[in-house]
Design a protein around this ligand. Sequence first.
Ligand code: ZN
Ligand code: ZN
Length: 747
Amino acid sequence: MSKDQYLSTKLVTVYCDLGSLAIAHNVFLQFFQPKTILCNVMIHGYLRNEWYSEALDLFKMMRSCGLEIDSYTCHFVLKACTGLSDYEMGMEVVKSVVDKQMGREKFLGSAIINFLVRFGKFDDARRLFNKMRERDVVSWNSMIGGYVQASQLNEAFYMFFEMRKCGITPSPITMVSLIQACMRSGDLELGKCVHGCAIELGMRNDILVLTSLVNMYSNMGDIVSARQVFETMLMRNLVSWNAMISGYVQNGLVLESITLFNRLVTSGGGFDSRTMVSLIQGCSQTAHLKNGKILHGCIFRRGFESNVILSTAIIDLYSKCGVLKQATFVFDKMKGRNVITWTAMLVGLAQNGRADEALKIFHQMQVEGVVANSVTLVSLVHSCAHLGCLRKGRSVHAHLIRCGYAFDVVNRTALIDMYAKCGKIRPAELVFNEGSISPDVILWNSMITAYGIHGHGEQALGVYKRMMAEGLEPNETSFLSLLTACSHSGLVEEGLRLFHGMERYHKIRPTQKHYASIVDLLSRAGRFEEAETLVKQMPFDPGTSILESLLNGCRTHKNIDLAIKTADRLLCLDSLSSGIYVVLSNIYAQAWRWDAVNHIRSLMRTQGLKKTPGYSSIEVENQVYTFFAGDDSHPNWAEISRYLENLRLEVEASGYVPDTSCVLRDVDEPMKIKLLWGHSERLAIAFGLLSTPVGSSIRITKNLRVCVDCHNVTKYISKIAGRELIVRDANRFHHFVNGNCSCKDYW
Ligand SMILES: [Zn+2]
Ligand SMILES: [Zn+2]
């Protein structure tokens, strides 16, 4: 080689090492007739910087100039083909290698095996492997690694034992492949064996092997072993730190992850966006806003905000903590938002009860041409269910079918729930019965719940019988749904039979919730003695839900004595639901216990202020309108309020008397009546009557339980307007027809 050529080869190498590919390329171009060795250096440079197409172009140029292609060239080009997923081109190279009999060299042989296994051609790879004259650890590693990547774990271990039989000493890479195999198999014992084997092979200080072990142990939930490995490491790099930090997060030890991060920073180590993604995910898991904000500041200062994965994690964090303003702020500022980002924002809105905004985000997403994935669509179905907007829900269902998404348990459960909550039991049944019988209990439970909220107790029991016939085991939730269904339909005996059979036949011990359901069932039926006995026999103190069920029963059956007794017990407990205050105050008022009434009022003033605002939504002509109590923000407000006033006069003329005990504000009677007429469901009903054709039915969705007075007035309105009014509240469906409600006043 001439001095010139030697020097320029050196130069190209140096520039490639520095990552200055453009300069390297310029030096390279100085030669009109570069030799093979110089081309190889250049191709290798491209490869290391992942410039795969450039590497292939240079290779093609070499071929057209008739330059010699040696085993190094082939080795590099095969790697480039793997990087580009270009199987055709790679095979051309492989053929030329085989033609020239170069394939038996162990170094090139391993490269070909690597290439073949990456494309899943295990038989070809194995054939070539067997033909190789000389096999070193690299060729064995290629085969083992290939099998692990393809999850053919038995084959991988078989190859390992063969390798040992041939007297080849495994390298750290071999062990890393095996550790990954253990992780994929989920076999902790096997993982410990491989760990021991690596130590025996003298790798107790190998950073690569130890980091893989940290990963493996934390992935399998053995965080103690993971920590042990990490703490005994003599040297650590950022990958090892990241492995341990993300290990803590995966195992729910978020505070430990933050402590470790502080240790990393104080020890003078740097961190990268991966470190931050783990930490932020940890904070959103535990909804730890304070730490999350500190980390966000850190991310901002380091300029990591342009990282899409990280910003998406931040949006998720703020949504989980309920700080939607911050989430939206990050979202709006972000560049390069992908489908995962959009979905995070959409899910955040939906889970914070802002379903209408979630639908808007979906619309915007479509406008910007981002294709939704199945997570987006399922979350959208949940939003539609929440708002009770059937039309939108149907269109998302159609979207799911059009995009050819597989109908798995998650999709189907969401759809069943959506149709049921939108008052359509028939399409819910269709989704449930579609395709083969699913062995997943979740799906069956969703159908039981669907029948339950519609008061179709018999059908719910039918689903349970089918489950039994199919040999499926019901779980806790199945029984909860079944008991609720029985309760909503007055099926007392059936409910009791199920309840008593839970432990006996299915080994499921009833929880507080199950007891609350059965107490609810008995007290709705007025069987208070049995309910009381049950409460006494319970293995735990009755919680709020059980006493509330009892109290609600007493209210409907006017059992004042028991009501007072229960109310006194309830008042001793903390954290009452906001709705129960009204019931309590009414009961004390009926018993002339004004001291207690005043006490409840003062409790409400301090605690009740935190209660969720009630709202009702209605879908009219493909648009969802949401009304809050006393909400005059609607553009047609004048018209709505005039209509409401007429409605009030009409219902009062036909015998309706307002029950102002539903208003617990300290105001005079006329003001109380005014407040009642501002309840969100009345606004939604008035708007619905105004903007839909005469005679058609109206669907309203309310986020809380409907109050006694609204329930009563809706009955009158259904008669006067001659319309079917379907109201879904937090508990169940009410079908108001001709002055009556399907719930028979139990809700
Ligand atoms: Zn009301
Ligand atoms: Zn009702």
